[in-house]
Write a protein that binds this ligand. Structure first.
Ligand code: GDP
Ligand code: IMO
Ligand code: MG
Length: 432
């Protein structure tokens, strides 16, 4: 085993940061392959809480090389702030490699993200307003600036001038916003360049060489399967490919290098931002939705927004198993369900008299899908101290077995609390 991909199997915030940090111990490289600082990955270890947006979650281990791949969009200001915060916390970032081909988030991307959301009004996507969508739009329309452009001030200014010729028209004439001059952005970004340059690398070459030398590489996904631009609940998605295929295009590594694909899913489900959500629970005082929000601490790591909560949706996770080719499931936050007498699991949907065991391809069916639930007994005891599967109460073991049966993928790791050690390793062999 050498190439391992870890993705979110729901709508993001599944606990990818915690699981990446946990298994990173065995890795040589941890690589982010898509998204940007819309991500918020939380790591809790030894009383320390780290919230990472751009830096891979392997940063706590000094033997790891963290890599930001070509598929990521980088806001250099945010990157440097995050590096400074880690350094101030005693964590070295000197090993960080940044792909020369990664695209840059520019100030006008942030402006346009906010402006287009405002224009959509109640149809808004509920983006993180970090400029992610507009940066990927420019990448696709071949108008983006890349990390390597920071190394050549003349090229940087030239490309920026070409981009601003269009962007300033859109900013002023479409949205009534203030235009930018080439010089003001160049001055800011070229000042970042000095600090970023030592980290710029041909990361595809570095990762492929590492894999050839039998190093272990973990590809850390951001967002989740249902936020994928192609496979998610379009248009309520992000603008990148958080599914497993994105690990290849977002790093320049071929699919034959991937040995294992881990999908992380909460023992229930959450979503931030707009869009359909079949198993969503009401969040009124005394409701189960409120209990999950409070006990699970369901507030966004990036924007602080309250996350919408719902029952575990097995149709979604089965879909994630399919589109990612999952070899393993990781179930997190099982401890959050400990206060419930009974727990519902959505096993299929009903729409216009039809039963859907698989995710409907047509958006209308998904928007109106009514969950078909099965109800399982709860366990009503604290499981946060359990470290083996056998230590879990029978009802909790049965719950995991049910999840496994519905997804047709083995549950290899179970998390029972936010910290690194609150984890049950079932099918995860530590590297010899
Ligand atoms: P990510 O974006 O997928 O990395 O997930 P986030 O970090 O945004 O959100 C997951 C939250 O749940 C974080 O606050 C984690 O510390 C926390 N967490 C992760 N696993 C567990 C768990 O098993 N139990 C509990 N109670 N919290 C967890
Ligand atoms: P992590 O990596 C949860 C959501 C936003 C919005 C949609 C589009 O922490 O799991 P964007 O700013 O990407 O254009 O917003 O995607 N979103 C996330 N939701 N976790 C994330 O990241 C997310 N990143 C983006 O809320 O609905
Ligand atoms: Mg998150």
């Amino acid at each position: 085993m050498a190439g391992i991909v870890l993705v979110g199997a729901q709508w993001g915030d599944e606990g990818k940061g915690k699981i990446t940090d946990l298994i990173a111990y065995d890795m040589d490289y941890v690589v982010r392959f898509q998204g940007g600082n819309n991500a918020g990955h939380t790591i809790v270890h030894g009383g320390r809480v780290l919230k990472l947006h751009l830096i891979p979650s392997g940063i706590m281990y000094p033997h790891i090389t963290p890599v930001i791949g070509n598929g990521v969009v980088i806001d250099p200001k945010v990157l440097l702030e995050e590096m400074d915060a880690l350094e101030a916390d005693g964590l070295s970032t000197h090993r960080l490699l940044i792909s020369c081909n990664a695209h840059l988030i520019m100030p006008y991307h942030r402006d346009l993200d906010g402006a287009s959301e405002r224009r959509l009004g109640k149809l808004e996507i509920g983006t993180t307003r970090r400029g992610i969508g507009p940066a990927y739009m420019d990448k696709a329309s071949r108008m983006g600036l890349r990390v390597q452009d920071l190394e050549d001030p003349d090229i940087f200014r030239e490309k920026l001038g070409a981009a601003l010729a269009e962007k300033n028209d859109i900013l002023t004439k479409v949205y009534g916003l203030t235009p930018y001059t080439v010089e003001e952005i160049a001055e800011e970004y070229l000042a970042y360049a000095d600090r970023i340059k030592p980290h710029i690398a041909d990361t595809s070459l570095a990762i492929n060489r590492a894999l050839e030398a039998d190093s272990w590489v973990l590809f850390e996904g951001a967002q989740g399967t249902l936020l994928d631009l192609d496979h998610g609940t379009y248009p309520f998605v992000t603008s990148s490919s958080p599914t497993a295929g994105g690990a290849c295009t977002g790093t320049g590594v071929g699919p034959r290098r991937i040995d294992r694909v881990l999908g992380v899913a909460k023992a229930y489900i959450t979503r931030v931002g707009s869009g359909p959500f079949p198993t969503e629970l009401e969040n009124c005082p005394g409701s189960i939705g409120e209990l999950l929000t409070k006990v699970g601490g369901e507030y966004g790591t990036t924007t602080g927004r309250q996350r919408r909560c719902g029952w575990y949706d097995a149709v979604i996770v089965r879909y994630a198993a399919r589109v990612n080719g999952l070899t393993d499931l990781v179930v997190t936050k099982l401890d959050v369900l400990s206060e419930l007498d009974t727990i519902k699991v959505c096993v299929a949907y009903e729409y216009e008299g039809h039963r859907y065991n698989d995710l409907p391809c047509h958006q209308t069916a998904f928007h109106h899908a009514k969950p078909i639930y099965e109800e399982l007994p709860g366990w009503r005891e604290d499981i946060s101290g359990c470290r083996t599967f056998e230590e879990l109460p029978k009802a909790a073991r049965d719950y995991i077995a049910f999840i496994e049966e519905l997804a047709e993928v083995p549950v290899s790791i179970i998390a029972v609390g936010p910290s690194r050690e609150q984890t049950i390793l079932r099918r995860w062999e530590v590297r010899p």
